[in-house]
Write a new protein. Structure first.
Length: 360
């Protein structure tokens, strides 16, 4: 910044809180000059901003990781197709429905179905699954997180009743994205997100913090991309290296740097739903609570069968792979209550939610 010093940092923080915007140069400067004292204020202001839209509510989603097959070969991911050591699995439709039924009994009214990019789960199979879930649990919200598909696929699943779709943009920098995603198209990734928004989904995007080669400029691009896209959900977590990937020897991200990104994203996109990710809890026993204190407001306890949980290893040493679904929920509930927040087991829609599909 041209005038430098503490006063300009105060000005940038004020602009971030009052106007919900900074330009790229301002974001980079802010990240380069953020002091421990200002960081505490940043987190507190982010938490206050979250409260304006969602009070002290923390929304719980039941996560069902139903397949770890993946056609992609992302350099950072333990599910990448080149990982011959991965023990692959697919849940059947019956098993997925049983997971949802258990979650429903435990009070969940929001389910997230997540997998690698597994094209065994065709449009017809996914439509049948979503339709079955909507018949059984008509008041529950369904989120899919299954990667890049066609516009026709996305429309068919929306018409079947899917409410939300998570697709992290991963990196808003074209060059960084391409360096990490061999054989994938940056343009297709962005187009998928825009298509999902156009159709009428509540859309989730996001990125990892601490990727090899990632700079403050890259992080600024990520935040500005989110500001422009204005997704209903934003997932930000630390990069954790996996030993069976090309990035196994990379340093990885930190909880502290991720908290800064969470707080800045909250202030730039104040009404977003933002998970306190399992990766945060994996790096730090209280990482998810710290994320809540920095502006997050969603947690996603796992409902997948115990027999497959350890196999869904985007990264290693993931927490909560040995707990029964009921233990997972009660543990999370106690921790959230102890941190001063209120568990919300409803659908937990975005505060501006209005399900009006685009006419095509």
């Amino acid at each position: 910044m041209r005038d430098g010093g503490t006063r300009s940092m105060e000005g940038l923080l004020g602009k971030l809180v009052e106007q919900n915007e900074l330009d790229q140069e301002e974001i980079v400067y802010f990240l380069q000059h953020l002091t421990p004292e200002l960081k505490v204020r940043l987190f507190d202001l982010a938490a206050q901003t979250r409260k304006l839209h969602y009070n002290e509510n923390v929304f719980m989603r039941g996560l069902i990781e139903f397949s770890n097959f993946c056609k992609q070969d992302c350099l950072y991911c333990g599910l990448r197709r080149s990982n011959a050591a991965a023990e692959r699995y697919r849940l059947t439709e019956k098993e997925i429905l049983e997971c949802a039924e258990e979650g429903y009994r435990l009070g969940y009214r929001s389910f997230v179905l997540q997998s690698g990019e597994d094209f065994h789960f065709t449009e017809a199979r996914m439509v049948r699954l979503v339709t079955s879930m909507k018949i059984r649990f008509p008041e529950a919200a369904i989120t899919l997180s299954i990667g890049e598909r066609s516009e026709a696929f996305y429309r068919a699943l929306f018409d079947a009743g899917t409410d939300r779709y998570l697709l992290r943009h991963e990196a808003a920098s074209r060059s960084l994205y391409q360096s990490l995603h061999p054989g994938m198209s940056y343009d297709n990734r962005v187009n998928c997100l825009r298509t999902l928004k156009k159709i009428g989904y509540q859309v989730g995007a996001g990125f990892m913090v601490g990727l090899p080669g990632q700079t403050h400029e890259h992080l600024a691009e990520d935040l500005l991309f989110l500001k422009e896209l204005h997704p209903e959900m934003i997932g930000i977590g630390p990069f954790i290296p996996h030993s069976a990937t090309p990035l196994k020897d990379a340093q990885g991200g930190t909880v502290e740097d991720t908290l800064v990104m969470i707080a800045m994203a909250r202030l730039l996109i104040p009404d977003a739903l933002m998970p306190a990710t399992t990766a945060m809890g994996t790096l730090d026993h209280t990482g998810r609570e710290k994320a809540l204190a920095a502006g997050s407001n969603v947690v996603m306890p796992i409902l997948s069968p115990l027999s497959v949980r350890r196999k869904y290893a985007l990264y290693e040493n993931k927490i909560c792979t040995g707990d029964e679904a009921s233990q997972c929920r009660s543990c999370m509930e106690m921790r959230i209550a102890a941190a001063g927040y209120k568990i919300d087991l409803t659908r937990g829609d975005h505060c501006s939610f209005n399900r009006t599909p685009e006419k095509s």
